[in-house]
Ligand binder design. Structure first.
Ligand code: ADP
Length: 242
């Protein structure tokens, strides 16, 4: 399985964390993404902004290999992901951290178990799990919640668990699709501080959001998408201008 994966690896493209070349996505006759060209270097923090229906989630679904582009190339960490075999996709995703608006936790499991699960599916040893889960829970500020059932947490805490789970395998890229969509302004801001910290520790962050205030206060790169097209790419101190 891994051999098939590496057959799709291009060492020259590996210089970029994400690269999209002339990407189009069509659903039936509806063109949802049109000629998307985008390059994200290792260590970047990029916010993808745009109004509802602009195509942000579609772009994320392409990046996590949930769907294939209708045309164009997508490289993530050097892998030509449109050409991955179905059996390679779980392996590819293990190299990514992904978080969503609705957290996607296992509600009847504890905080510890939710995070440990991401290590178990990668066949990590019990010793690794016992060592690494407390470390990552400490990083997201949830050490004291380890034994709590996840459905009893606040929304902000749930998103922290999701972040811990996304990071526990030490991915080089974290993809976040509207991570503050279910959070109040205080929790939203705390989650953003955590994403900034994760980025400062070396993880590339690709964030899709329509939260104008947050984007404007980040002072990072901002890519604006409207009606499926990138209309602006501000490399520094970007603003949500729509
Ligand atoms: P955003 O995340 O920016 O709100 P989306 O990527 O969810 O935008 O949607 C972009 C457009 O693509 C919308 O017009 C939406 O209706 C359409 N779309 C998204 N997913 C599908 C799908 N599976 N089938 C058909 N149309 C879709």
């Amino acid at each position: 399985m891994q051999f098939a994966m590496f057959a799709k690896f291009d060492k020259f493209i590996f210089l970029k964390m994400i690269r999209l070349d002339h990407v189009y996505k069509k659903y039936d006759n509806n063109l949802v993404l049109e000629d998307i060209n985008l390059s994200v270097s290792e260590g970047n923090f990029v916010s993808l902004v745009g109004p509802s229906g602009a195509g942000k989630s579609t772009l994320i679904r392409l990046l996590i290999a949930e769907e294939k582009p209708s045309r164009g190339q997508i490289y993530v960490r050097g892998f030509d992901i449109a050409k991955l075999y179905k059996g390679d996709i779980p392996f590819y995703r293990r190299g990514l951290g992904v978080i969503f608006q609705d957290f996607k936790l296992l509600p009847q499991k504890t905080v510890f178990e939710n995070v440990a699960f991401a290590l178990e599916v990668c066949d990590r040893t019990n010793a690794t799990i016992k060592n690494r889960v407390p470390q990552i829970l400490d990083m997201v500020g949830l050490s004291t919640r380890s034994k709590n059932l996840s459905h009893k947490l606040s929304a902000g805490e749930m998103q922290r668990v999701a972040i811990a789970r996304a990071l526990v395998n030490k991915p080089k890229l974290l993809i976040a699709d509207e991570p503050t969509g279910n959070l109040d302004p205080v929790n939203s801001w705390e989650i953003m501080q955590l994403l900034l910290k994760i980025n400062s520790l070396g993880t590339t962050v690709f964030l899709a959001t329509h939260d104008r205030e947050i984007v404007n206060s980040l002072k990072k790169r901002v890519v604006t998408i409207e009606s499926g097209k990138i209309i602006r790419d501000q490399k520094k101190d970007g603003k949500y201008i729509l």
